[in-house]
Design a protein around this ligand. Structure first.
Ligand code: NDP
Length: 316
């Protein structure tokens, strides 16, 4: 028998959405507990410099920002725990969750802030420079600025890739877009915008064989045309991957309404409510459009306020 713990507010996930929810929930005396999840600090811990989060005029590294958010949440007594939630049961009035440390948690309110994970190609050379922080990124809005005046590559052919290619084209001298098929997946308007941008070169039927580098940072890529078999090397200091994200929502799928890709659907747009009363969502687990730290933080605040109101209504 696992130990049962009754709580007012359980926050699942520890990115900007989770920590902002924790700060608000803790200050509202909801005594939140937080499970940090598989990637404590979330996606920002894989980012170098964050220059677009208001309040940091000189920028801050992603990991440092997450430490500050954690300290701020703990200052108001959020119980931040390592580990993750392995299973949930939202079928009854009490929301049940099980953690990897053997606890069964019964929560009156739950804030899901499990985020999403960017997909990567999975090439060893790509992973090497991603880990080094030396030129591989899955977020042009976050990291494009570091490549201004330089040449970059972007992989993908969906709306995200088009949007990010266009964003990069304003900063970089040249953007080479690698599309694995002979057509875009993106909407026509987005694809047309890319096609009509003079400093974006689109290479169709093209796949990446290897991300090239000098041991410190990216210097280009070896690419292959999958129709002609031609292999060539192209120069770039930034290698952007925009081949989609996977929301981390698998454990909720039997209870929470998800869209076809797995993003949590809001029950009531403009709020953080899911289809299960008392279960709220914040951040990238429900956001395939904006995906920014600041928007995640904003929805984290909304989720805590909605949870607080739900709790008050239960008690009165
Ligand atoms: P998508 O799933 O729409 O597109 C992913 C793209 O990556 C596809 O073109 C796919 O190629 C390509 N891809 C996948 N795996 C690989 C691989 N291993 N190698 C090379 N290419 C690969 O993801 P997005 O993130 O672009 O969009 C997600 C959702 O968000 C969509 O519904 C989109 O419309 C929406 N969105 C809307 C925006 C807007 O309206 N402003 C902005 C951004 C996103 P292939 O086509 O061959 O499968």
């Amino acid at each position: 028998m696992s130990e049962i713990e009754n709580v007012d507010c359980l926050i699942i996930g520890s990115g900007p959405a989770g920590y902002t929810a924790a700060i608000y929930a803790a200050r509202a005396d909801m005594k939140p507990i937080m499970y940090e999840g598989l990637q404590p600090g979330g996606q920002l811990t894989t980012t170098n410099e964050v220059e677009n989060f208001p309040g940091y005029p000189n920028g801050i590294t992603g990991p440092a920002m997450m430490i500050e958010l954690k300290e701020q949440a703990q200052r108001f007594d959020t119980d931040v725990r390592p580990g993750f939630i392995t299973k949930v049961d939202f079928s009854g009035a009490v929301h049940k969750c099980w953690s990897d440390d053997g606890k069964e948690i019964h929560a009156k309110t739950i804030i899901i802030a499990t985020g999403a994970s960017a997909k990567y190609l999975g090439l060893p050379s790509e992973q090497k420079y991603l880990e080094l922080g030396g030129g591989v990124s899955a977020c042009a809005v976050c990291d494009g600025f570091f490549y201004r005046g330089q040449e970059t590559i972007i992989v993908g052919a969906g709306d995200s890739a088009c949007e990010e290619a266009h964003y990069l084209s304003k900063l970089c001298t040249k953007v080479t877009m690698l599309v694995r098929r002979d057509e875009f997946r993106a909407s026509k308007i987005m694809a047309d915008r890319v096609k009509n941008t003079p400093n974006i070169e689109i290479l169709f039927n093209t796949e990446t064989e290897e991300v090239l580098g000098d041991g410190q940072g990216v210097t280009g890529a070896r690419i292959k045309n999958n129709v002609t078999g031609e292999v060539k090397e192209i120069p770039a200091t930034g290698f952007f991957v925009a081949i989609g994200h996977k929301p981390n929502t698998d454990i909720f799928k039997d209870y929470i309404k998800l869209d076809e890709v797995g993003y949590i659907q809001y029950e009531q747009p403009g709020t953080s409510k899911t289809n299960v009363p008392g279960v709220f969502v914040a951040g990238d687990a429900a956001d395939k459009t904006y995906r920014q730290a600041i928007t995640a933080a904003g929805t984290g605040c909304m989720a805590a306020l909605d949870a607080e109101r739900y709790l008050s209504a239960l008690e009165h």
